[in-house]
Design a protein around this ligand. Structure first.
Ligand SMILES: O=P(O)(O)OC[C@H]1O[C@H](OP(=O)(O)O)[C@H](O)[C@@H]1O
Ligand SMILES: O=c1cc[nH]c(=O)[nH]1
Length: 503
């Protein structure tokens, strides 16, 4: 059918095409059917929404489609059912636990990027990977397909360093410190991050409190060639574009299937032209990787994948048994990261992890002698050079380089839980902390999250504050309080485990 485009000021988070009720009846179109819109220059795909907000002979194009494609009001297009893409068959093949061929993986990725696969099919693909996994051949094909369906960055500075965490541990604002430390030593580190997947704040969510993180590839090239670093959101670029769409499904289910995680991370590194990559695997109870054995096996996969892509990869297995630092949630984490980089002092877990990771990168990049990287990273942090570099990054990305921790707005609806008994903090439950912070509104509500007054091993007295929930709305605060009462995220016990007398 021929139709006239009507631009709709509607945002749905999906590629939706609105068809009038009468037209839909005539064309036998049903809600959520996949249709194609053909113009002289291109074909784009979207899901049907039936509504009389458009008249007969019109189709409504939403802001989501317009963020990628240009349409003008009144433009005449051809609209037709698109049928079921062949790649759905390959998704079903993976659901049955079978190995996919290279061409099948390429077809799935291309159809995700072209929006031929709808959210429901993408979720099925992600779920099938969670259940049935991928072998190393499939992971490598998936990684390259994810990178090659998007743009590639070619930065005119070498070597290109990079760091990426598999995430999962609450409060992981570490890379906000690592990147400026490494760049202050003269190395080039174009860091792209995703937003939160399973946590209450991804590095992109935290950085966005300090400066815009959505930049074009040309802007990133300019910034990195000028100052040696950036801290941006990968999803804003046409860089491994399937990644953000699969992450959307992962976030909804709070899962991060191993094979997809490897491909997600390494496709972004490949597309950025990174040559030396450090992967952080937080390990501990309640995070993505719970044991050192699992971490070592994942590390082997990252290194093997790096070899296949022509990248030198090292892995740091880091402590993830409790949150990093004292804060969880975008604004609270940005405040803590800024305070730490400004003063060179901060929570031991944050400073140790950041300087440890930065130190490895300094050695990998050849600016620190073997075994001296961490010391050099600490000196750069304490000297204020890392802060100066972060200010440059903030300024180049369009933020206020003179922003102070106290300028950062934190959710003003608060509730503090106190100790019911005296004793020692023996456990902070990572999953519970993330659940409570997300219930309070993080990461979408930037000011929402948790401030931890105590960490594992500390002594508390009855009535001492344990943690404060911050929210931007009373309703979300109330829900978070209910969750916190149910989950009891902080355990306090006496330290004497047994007293044994005469046996
Ligand atoms: O913790 P969750 O939300 O599962 O994982 C997502 C986070 O982990 C990675 O961290 P980084 O960008 O390397 O610092 C991602 O980019 C993202 O920020
Ligand atoms: O970028 C990331 C980080 C963790 N897991 C992913 O799938 N992608």
């Amino acid at each position: 059918m021929r139709a006239k485009v009507k631009i709709l000021e509607v945002e749905t988070g999906r590629f939706m095409v609105v068809i009038n009720e009468e037209d839909a009846k005539k064309a036998k179109l049903h809600p959520e059917d996949l249709i194609k819109i053909e113009t002289a220059k291109r074909t784009i795909y979207g899901e049907v929404v039936i509504s009389n907000m458009v008249g007969p002979g019109e189709i409504g194009v939403t802001k989501d489609i317009l963020s990628t494609y240009t349409f003008s009001e009144g433009e005449i297009v051809n609209v037709a059912p698109a049928g079921t893409p062949e790649s759905v068959r390959y998704v079903k093949k993976k659901m049955k636990g079978q190995k996919l061929k290279k061409v099948e993986i390429e077809a799935i990725v291309k159809d995700i990027v072209d929006r031929k696969l709808r959210d429901i099919e993408i979720s099925s693909f992600v779920t099938s990977l969670e259940i049935n996994g991928l072998d190393m051949d499939e992971i490598a094909w998936l990684t390259v397909a994810m990178a090659e369906t998007g743009d590639m960055l070619d930065i005119d500075r070498k070597p290109i360093m990079d760091v990426h965490s598999i995430g999962g541990v609450p409060g992981n604002k570490t890379n906000i410190l690592v990147v400026p430390i490494v760049a202050a030593a003269g190395l080039t580190i174009p860091k792209t991050s995703s937003r939160a997947i399973t946590s209450a704040a991804g590095t992109a969510d935290v950085m966005e409190v300090l400066a815009p993180v959505t930049h074009s590839l040309d802007e990133i090239k300019r910034i990195v060639e000028k100052i040696g670093a950036c801290l941006v959101w990968g999803g804003a670029l046409n860089l491994a574009p399937a990644d953000d769409l699969t992450i959307k499904a992962e976030r909804a289910l709070s899962i991060d299937p191993r094979g997809l995680m490897l491909a997600s991370i390494m496709s972004k590194k490949y597309a950025m032209g990174s040559q030396y990559v450090l992967i952080d695997i937080p390990t501990g109870e309640g995070v993505k990787v719970e044991t050192i054995e699992e971490a070592r096996s994942l590390a082997k996969d990252f290194i093997e994948l790096g070899k296949r892509l022509g990248q030198y990869v090292e892995v740091a297995i880091t402590y993830g048994g409790q949150p990093i630092g004292h804060t969880v949630g975008p604004a609270l984490e940005a405040k803590e990261a800024l305070e730490t980089i400004m003063t060179g002092k901060g929570p031991g877990s944050l400073v140790e992890k950041a300087t440890g990771l930065a130190g490895i990168l300094l050695e990998m990049g050849g600016v620190a002698p073997a075994g001296m990287g961490k010391k050099m990273a600490k000196e750069i942090l304490e000297s204020g050079k890392a802060y100066e570099k972060l200010k440059e990054i903030i300024a180049e990305q369009g933020g206020d380089p003179n922003i102070k921790p106290e300028d950062i707005p934190i959710g003003d609806k608060t509730y503090t839980f106190v100790a019911q008994t005296s004793g020692y903090v023996t456990k902070i439950d990572n999953r519970a902390i993330t659940t409570i912070a997300r219930t309070a509104g993080a990461p979408e509500d930037k000011g929402a999250g948790i401030f931890l007054h105590v960490k594992v091993g500390e002594k508390v007295k009855e009535e001492d504050p344990l943690f404060t929930i911050h929210a931007e709305s009373e309703a979300r605060l109330d829900q978070a309080i209910i969750q916190a009462r149910r989950l009891e995220p902080i355990r306090i016990e006496g330290m004497v485990l047994q007293r044994i007398g005469n046996l």
